[in-house]
Design a protein around this ligand. Sequence first.
Ligand code: NDP
Length: 337
Amino acid sequence: TRVVCLARRSEKEPALGDFVVEERPLPPLGAGQVLVRNLYMSVDPSMRGRLETTEKHYTHNFAPGSPLDGRALGVVEESRCPAVPPGAFVRHQLGWRERAVLDGADTDGADRIDPRLAPLPTWLGLLGQTGFTAYVGLTRIAALRPRDTVFVSAAAGAVGTAAGQFARMLGADRVIGTAGGPDKCALLVEEFGYDAAADYRAEPVRDALARLAPDGIDVYFDNVGGEQLSAALHALRTGGRVALCGMMSQFGDDRRTVDINHLIQAVLKRLTLCGFIVRDHDDLRPEFERRVAGWLAEGRITARETVVDGLENAAGALLSLLRGGNVGKMLVRLGES
Ligand code: NDP
């Protein structure tokens, strides 16, 4: 099957030439296993960290010469697992390739989804890991309360478009977001339930927060770290809560260090800052799926994806995601069902 492999590790920023599409043999189909043809693959910022050697991440890093992997959704073509017959749709971890052999009924293998409940791409976006990240971050980590003022960074991305809409559904009083560029900021307000948005490239975020939330914020959902985190520390009210979800601003060449002493704000205002990894919170998944599928069915929230076609364009989709080339969930489409 065709697979995207890491050809070499870049010294600095990843480039297209670091990736190569190769033909690799598929293992034989064992008892209890299924052969899946991938239809959609998830493109995630965490891939960026996994391309490096030095830092420790919460899953294994990629090695030159080896295939990439990541979340994907496909259709079963052959099955030796009665619970998952041919034609079933499954989510799994062996993306970045056209076909994969998986364990059929295993928590690390195929997770069957119901395409009647929501379109296939939604199962990797709003109803998938990124939507779940937004839900866990808001409900459990930041303990969102009705009438809170909520600030979300990278608000036009996959987690951000989910977080803004969920915050609204969960009763937040005011939801503000930051994103790169005026077009994304307009979308935040027009499509994704934000009350106001600011372009973090055009204005210091500290100024934007003072303007858009003059009475302060209660919750910060942090997707980017750096300057935006320090701006939020200053804007938070006493007893405010921060869900530390990711650090997009710390990947690129233009990363800037921010004085750690801004954390004195956490002391003065008795703030709670809490990092989390979504997979530690699977106990919330049934509640999440039930509520979010309900909001979707009622037309109260919108699922948005940016779709790139073809395995040969998958590496380009990752590089584009890191530069903000997506609105909503970045996906690669390999085929139709
Ligand atoms: P997004 O769809 O949000 O894509 C990343 C976005 O980051 C880009 O669209 C870009 O938007 C923005 N960005 C890029 N560089 C910068 C920068 N220097 N400063 C500010 N924003 C920047 O990705 P996801 O929704 O998948 O992920 C969002 C965050 O959530 C990431 O930090 C990710 O690592 C984290 N995450 C954490 C999980 C957990 O378990 N803790 C699980 C899943 C995701 P723009 O045009 O606005 O710059």
